[in-house]
Design a protein. Structure first.
Length: 270
């Protein structure tokens, strides 16, 4: 438990001290919000803000891979692993810290969103939103640690990260509604865990949990598979299943990973 707490505190301190990265991560989401409202000629701020928040939490969760690789290259991770502590505890410390940072990032954007006109009709919605953010952060922090234990260099991870972030984000409905996608990409999006994560979180944040299936389908919060409707609550179950899979893969691969083979290679052209 001491190891988990120490790693958690260390990563949280690193997040707080990197003020430039923190400020940038808060400015970019609202730039996207302005752009999407301008492109779609609509004032559905809450709809787009919900997607931007969940996408930001997802991307921040994956950053655990960068910190884990940097810690390995610097020698910090190797010192931790040779100490009398289990790798499973180290993995939990990394996952929990990443989930905390990602959730905090989402909360900060949510707070700023209140100044853009975001309002909740029911006071308890804020608690449901916070719980959903924590769940999203935990789910994809597992994916981030899994990627960190698989790649062998920081330069390789940059490629892997873009290969994961871009399709997962833009084929999830977070930025662009799925109905706007071509049929082929729309079909591919149904295999994307972020699609169900976005639908689940957006339903909670927009307070649309009491709609009928027709209402959910109209808003893009549910999906029709030949008559079988995947409701937002089923999407939540799908997200939880993916989360369990990611956490299992992350802890298992981290325990068996050979971090001595991870090295930092200069990027091409540098």
């Amino acid at each position: 438990m001491r190891t988990i707490t120490a790693l958690w505190l260390r990563n949280i301190r690193g997040f707080v001290r990197d003020r430039v990265k923190l400020i940038t991560s808060l400015v970019i989401p609202f730039f996207f919000l302005y752009v999407f409202n301008s492109i779609f000629k609509t004032d559905q701020t809450d709809f787009f803000l919900a997607g931007i928040i969940v996408a930001t939490v997802f991307q921040t969760s994956l950053n655990i891979a960068t910190s884990t690789i940097d810690d390995t290259v610097s020698g910090f991770m190797k010192e931790i692993l040779v100490s009398p502590t289990s790798r499973f505890q180290v993995a939990l410390g990394q996952i929990l810290s990443a989930a905390t940072i990602a959730t905090t990032q989402g909360i900060l954007i949510l707070v700023i969103g209140f100044f853009t006109g975001l309002r909740f009709e029911q006071w308890q919605t804020i608690f449901y939103v916070l719980l959903a953010l924590m769940l999203v952060g935990l789910v994809f922090s597992g994916l981030g640690l899994f990627l960190a234990s698989m790649v062998k260099s920081s330069s390789t991870f940059q490629v892997v990260q873009q290969a994961v972030v871009l399709p997962f984000t833009f084929l999830s409905g977070a930025y662009i509604p799925i109905d706007f996608l071509p049929k082929v990409l729309k079909f591919v999006s149904y295999f994307n865990p972020m699609t169900y994560t976005t639908a689940f979180f957006r339903t909670i944040m927009l307070e649309k949990g009491d709609l009928t299936q027709t209402g959910w389908l109209k808003l893009g919060l549910a999906f029709d598979f030949n008559g079988f409707v995947v409701t937002p609550w089923i999407s939540g179950i799908v997200m939880a299943i993916f989360g369990g899979l990611f956490l299992f893969l992350a802890t298992n691969s981290f325990v068996h990973a050979d971090f001595n083979k991870i090295s930092r290679k200069p990027a091409v052209g540098k």
